[in-house]
Design a binder for this molecule. Structure first.
Ligand code: SF4
Length: 352
């Protein structure tokens, strides 16, 4: 039975159980709800990069910090359409677009509506992350055909003020409520290793698990420390603590996709395997996650092959490497079975 009345203490108790018991429990629940050998592959396209007015202490796109992140203006419709077509040709079924905004302005809405319609006309699911939304804006996006919206709560309610001062935790929850009310599927999670306590991590998971219904997708990121941001020198989180968060998320949100997101460059392939074993069933493929470095595609494909995983091509928005294009292109051309769900043993292709 799905629960939405967790306490922080209950979640803390799960998160701190003996590691082997925790992984066993998470894996058991994972197997009861998903194919344990299946992995979703996703990727993201930044449609507007940098100069964000928000002050998220982890983010190279914030205008508050001096980083090496160049600012780019909003991509034009033709460029986005081109990328969406490329994504479709590569086997994508969902196209994710992110803009570094506090919120879209009402004057941006006609453009965003057109973009969603263009993407939908290609037969792709549309996903966006644009910051906070008003109800009328969310309705417009939904009516245009938007399927998913990403809006991370980032950390616990208690720790939130240490990370962001330009908006409140409640602002985040309000946008999530608006999304639900308008019938848009929710992708929301956070970043571990920002200096929070273990209790903060439990409290963060409590907020997600007490959303009713649970978010369809829960990205769990490990902080990527960017020079110039206030979190550039924070102490590293022990990877086993990170795995504990993933396993606990799987246990308390058994039917949600748990996305092993940013920070994989800091994790060994063995630790990534442990994260998948703990119930993470989605990774982002591609050289970049919006602006941060991601794992090399060849390393990802090798890990997928070595683990004998079945991949579900779901959200690929970019094909930054020729090899990925070729492999995903083969999936699209030869193996796709339905518009929503394209499964294939990547092993077979990699052996060719
Ligand atoms: S995380 Fe998003 S909202 Fe925060 S500064 Fe970066 S782009 Fe802006």
């Amino acid at each position: 039975m799905l629960r939405h009345d967790w306490t922080t203490d209950e979640i803390l108790e799960i998160m701190q159980m003996p590691f082997m018991d925790l992984i066993y429990k998470a894996q058991t629940i994972h197997r009861a709800n998903f194919n344990a050998n299946e992995l979703h592959l996703s990727s993201l396209l930044s449609i507007k990069t940098g100069s964000c007015p928000e002050d998220c202490k982890y983010c190279p796109q914030s205008a508050h910090y001096q980083t090496n992140q160049p600012s780019e203006k909003l991509l034009d419709k033709n460029t986005i359409l081109e990328k969406a077509k490329l994504a479709k040709d590569a086997g994508a079924t969902t196209f994710c677009m992110g803009a570094a905004w506090r919120n879209p302005k009402d004057s941006d809405m006609p453009f965003l509506v057109d973009v969603i319609k263009m993407v939908k006309a290609l037969g792709l699911n549309a996903c966006m992350t644009l910051g906070m939304l008003t109800e009328s804006q969310a309705k417009m996006l939904k009516e245009a055909g938007l399927d998913y919206y990403n809006h991370n709560i980032d950390t616990s309610e208690e720790f939130y003020d240490h990370i962001i001062s330009t908006r409140t935790f409640n602002d985040r929850l309000e946008t999530l409520k608006v999304l639900r009310k308008c019938g848009i599927k929710i992708c929301t999670g956070g970043i571990m290793g920002m200096g929070e306590t273990v209790r903060d991590r439990a409290s963060f998971l409590k907020t997600l698990a007490n959303l009713d219904p649970h978010p369809e997708s829960v990205p769990i990121n490990l902080l990527v420390k960017i020079p110039g941001t206030p979190l550039a020198e924070v102490n590293d989180l022990d990877i086993l603590e990170f795995i504990r968060v993933i396993a606990t998320a799987r246990i308390i949100m058994p039917k949600s996709y748990i996305r092993l997101s940013a920070g994989r460059t800091k994790i060994s392939r063995e630790a990534q395997t442990l994260a998948i074993m703990a119930g993470s069933n989605s990774i982002f493929l591609g050289c970049k996650l919006l602006t941060t470095q991601n794992v090399d595609n060849n390393d990802d494909l090798k890990l997928i092959k070595d683990l004998g995983l079945i991949t579900t091509i779901k959200d690929n928005a970019k094909t930054p490497m020729q090899e990925q294009n070729e492999i995903l292109g083969k999936i699209h051309d030869n193996k796709a079975s339905s518009n929503d769900h394209k499964c294939i043993k990547l092993n077979d292709l990699l052996k060719e």
